[in-house]
Write a protein that binds this ligand. Structure first.
Ligand SMILES: [Mn+2]
Length: 339
């Protein structure tokens, strides 16, 4: 059955996006709903996502304030569309249990192939060489010969701008699609602006405090910033990386007997040193703060109850040992230099 036939045949369409739906998910869902309504004016579509990111809410308010995205589906859909994800897990805990029939499920996505997708859906519109789901949906409009209105063009372009990081990841096809959307009526500047968001004041203050309190260690060719702040530790780490650190470690003790550590590193740091913040740094620090630590190579954390100052001090030594212990070009002194 073709996509067109499936959509024309469906009375109650359920369109699902991944949890904490980002602008690519939200914009592709709304645009696809409109494509469905063009083919099937009497159809009843529903948009559902576990939750919506703060940025997506802003985009919604600007371009589609009347559109409702719910977090609980009504029962009785006869066709299910999964957008901007190819795994049920990504839907979040409540939505992954939605009963689905693979012959009545379509997945539209651009992420890396997931073998599970063959069990979920018989109908797949998957292009892992495209940088956004919105780009795929724009192409579906033209494949089906359906005109894109200016507002839908704005939504699709906004999703593309978000997922390409303002066209950092783009090729001829992506840029051609963007130009077509602008020619159709999308307002590029308005789309870019819809994606600008200021963090909450308290978060910005935490980031600034972390910058002011940062101790800077030079370990070989790397700059490691270590700081202390009692809220938004992860955001403070990202702030320190934005300021120029290769590795950022931020700890806080928001209340008695609570110690939290967060860390981030650049992709380059991990690629060149092989040092994983999760196993090499946060796991041992978790023991020092009498709790637990772990995470990914470039982003990790630990939660415990005590010894914040000791843990922060030790973190520089751990990074130094890890950098020296792994293959790297570093030949430095034995103590990390503080500048
Ligand atoms: Mn996406």
């Amino acid at each position: 059955m073709s996509l067109e036939a499936l959509l024309k045949d469906s009375k109650n369409l359920l369109i699902l996006g991944h949890q904490n739906a980002d602008p690519d998910a939200i914009c592709s869902m709304i645009s696809f709903m409109r494509l469905y309504k063009e083919l099937n004016p009497d159809g009843n579509p529903q948009l559902v996502a576990d939750d919506i990111s703060r940025l997506s809410n802003q985009v919604l308010q600007i371009f589609a304030p009347e559109t409702k995205v719910s977090n609980t589906p009504e029962s009785g859909h006869d066709l299910l569309i999964l957008m901007d994800t190819n795994s049920l897990f990504q839907l979040g805990s409540s939505l992954q249990k939605i009963p689905s029939n693979p012959s009545r499920t379509i997945v539209i996505d651009h992420h890396e192939m997931n073998p599970e997708v063959n069990l979920i859906a018989e109908h797949q519109i998957l292009y892992d060489n495209r940088s956004s789901t919105c780009e795929i949906v724009a192409r579906l409009f033209s494949d089906l010969g359906i005109q894109i209105d200016a507002n839908t063009a704005n939504l699709l372009l906004t999703g593309m701008i978000f997922d390409t990081r303002r066209f950092l990841y783009a090729d001829l096809q992506t840029l051609s699609t963007a130009i077509e959307l602008i020619a159709t009526g999308a307002d590029y500047n308005k789309c870019v602006k819809s994606l600008l968001i200021k963090p909450d004041k308290s978060e910005r203050i935490a980031r600034l405090k972390a910058g002011g309190r940062a101790k800077v260690h030079i370990i070989g060719e790397w700059i490691v910033a270590i700081s202390k702040v009692n809220a938004f530790e992860a955001s403070a780490c990202r702030g320190l990386i934005d300021l120029g650190a290769d590795v950022a470690i931020v700890g806080g003790s928001p209340s008695k007997n609570v110690v939290r550590l967060s860390s981030r590193s650049t992709k380059e740091f991990y690629e060149k040193t092989g040092v994983s913040l999760g196993t090499d740094v946060m796991e041992p620090l978790g023991q020092i703060i009498e709790g637990q630590g772990g995470g990914h190579a470039n982003a990790a954390g630990a939660n415990g109850t005590t010894n914040l100052a000791k843990a922060l001090e030790y973190s520089a030594e751990l990074i130094k040992e890890a950098v020296e212990g792994k293959p790297s070009s570093y030949e430095g002194n034995s103590k990390p230099e503080v500048v």
